[in-house]
Design a protein around this ligand. Structure first.
Ligand SMILES: Cc1cc2nc3c(=O)[nH]c(=O)nc-3n(C[C@H](O)[C@H](O)[C@H](O)COP(=O)(O)OP(=O)(O)OC[C@H]3O[C@@H](n4cnc5c(N)ncnc54)[C@H](O)[C@@H]3O)c2cc1C
Length: 399
């Protein structure tokens, strides 16, 4: 049996785990990162992640610290305005349109949008430049034994890794979290999200649009032009059976339904990618850490894709954890450090999970009376300037 020692073992090489490997590697720690599924780094390959991630302002310093932002910035589409449309009246047409402009609170856009498959390509390339990082696709963590001074993880090839700190970035069903018996609270909405890309005749002008009617939001997020046409990523949340029905429709029928739901806000949309389906839940772990282990990203919290919060919360986890580790270089996994990490993140994560749960429930509303109430609330919140600016800052995660 092989034995190895490292400062940090990262279980999971999704976008969060790869970012963690680049961030801790750039900071000079010895890092091993494992994932059973090799990352798909080309749009046209089977299994490519067709979602996009809108990185909000506070996430950019984390990507810079990881040596990633210079690679990513040339491919990013800025998000200057977030438009919310209520189309919840008797007819599926916009009845309230409100625009939140980043210029009201900042000199910069709210954030920048990037395709997930491209994130993986650039992140894997960055790790190859870091001699102190070993990324091992094709391997999973299978067991975890922790002691006061170290963690010993067993990999699927029987290698035993002794680490000061294990970062559990192994997703919503985290094996490391389960090994530590940290419970989770899960909310199921019976909802699924369809993710795909479209082109359209009208330019998006760097405006991200969320359209609410029933079943969940229909969100268009700007992407760079494709083949000379304005292009957007779409996340369309619906009740599970309806989402599955839509995913299986022939393209012309699907385009007809998508164009009815989009209110033609950017003109007729043309589907230019496959459609992928994602189950929607909320979930929060009872703690952000256990002995010698920090939970990050979906291992710690899952939220519906509203307001681009999911991965941005994950990068906030990494920012806090990296700061603490840099102040404790000799041992980045002490009980005091992990306790401080839990205290710094858990309340904030709880507040965001609760807030996004409420927004999702409001967007799902089917009854006309409730939809009218939602429209009134949107109008009222928007019309009071200090509340509008506070909401924008809260969404970004800045004061
Ligand atoms: C439709 C949709 C749109 C979204 N849009 C946005 C957005 O615009 N902005 C935003 O901030 N967030 C967004 N999110 C959320 C964001 O995509 C997720 O937060 C993020 O992808 C989760 O990343 P993760 O690395 O935690 O989990 P995952 O991507 O699930 O990665 C976990 C990894 O761990 C690996 N793994 C599992 N078990 C093991 C094991 N035993 N050992 C080692 N590895 C293991 C898996 O193979 C996987 O690669 C969106 C989500 C959805 C569903």
């Amino acid at each position: 049996m092989m034995r190895e020692t490292t400062d940090i073992l990262i279980s999971g090489g999704g976008v969060a785990g790869l970012t963690a490997a680049a961030a801790f590697g750039t900071a000079g720690f010895r890092v091993i990162c494992v994932d059973p599924t090799p990352p798909v780094t080309r749009l046209e390959d089977a299994g490519a992640d067709l979602r996009t991630t809108a990185f909000l302002q506070p996430s950019i310093p984390v990507l810079e610290a990881a040596g990633l932002w210079d690679r990513l910035a040339p491919h990013a589409a800025p998000l200057q305005v977030m438009r919310i449309i209520d189309a919840g009246g008797a007819e599926p047409t916009p009845r309230i349109v409100k625009e939140f402009d980043a210029a009201d609170i900042s000199d910069h856009p709210f954030g920048w949008n990037l395709p997930n498959w491209l994130l993986r390509r650039e992140m894997v390339a960055r790790l190859a430049d870091l001699p102190n990082v070993s990324f091992r696709p094709g391997l999973s963590t299978t067991r975890l034994l922790t002691r006061e001074a170290e963690a010993i993880a067993t990999l699927s090839d029987s290698t035993r890794i002794t680490a000061r700190l294990v970062i559990a970035a192994d997703g919503r069903n985290s094996a490391m979290r389960e090994a530590l018996s940290i419970p989770v609270t899960t909310t199921r909405y019976g909802q699924k999200a369809l993710a795909f890309a479209v082109t359209h005749p009208k330019p998006h002008d760097n405006v991200s649009t969320e359209i609410h009617r029933s079943g969940g939001p229909f969100t268009l997020v700007p992407l760079p032009d494709r083949d000379g046409m304005p292009c957007s990523a779409i996340v369309w949340m619906e009740t599970g059976p309806n989402a599955e029905r839509l995913a299986a429709l022939p393209v012309p029928d699907f385009e007809a339904e998508m164009n009815a739901r989009s209110c033609q806000i950017l003109g007729p949309l043309t589907l230019v990618s496959r459609r992928t389906l994602w189950p929607i839940i909320s979930q929060i772990a009872a703690r952000m850490s256990g002995e010698r282990t920090a939970l990050v990203a979906e291992a710690a919290h899952v939220v519906p894709p509203i307001g681009a919060q999911g991965l941005n919360m994950s990068l906030a986890d990494l920012r806090v954890l990296l700061d603490l580790a840099q102040g404790s270089r000799a041992d980045p996994g002490t009980p005091a450090l992990l306790d401080a990490y839990h205290r710094a993140r858990h309340l904030e994560v709880q507040a965001r999970v609760t807030g996004i749960d409420a927004l999702n429930r409001a967007s799902m509303m089917g009854a006309q009376g409730l939809r009218d109430l939602r429209a009134t609330a949107l109008n009222a919140l928007y019309s009071v300037t200090p509340i509008r600016k506070t909401l924008m800052r809260a969404g970004l995660g800045v004061r």
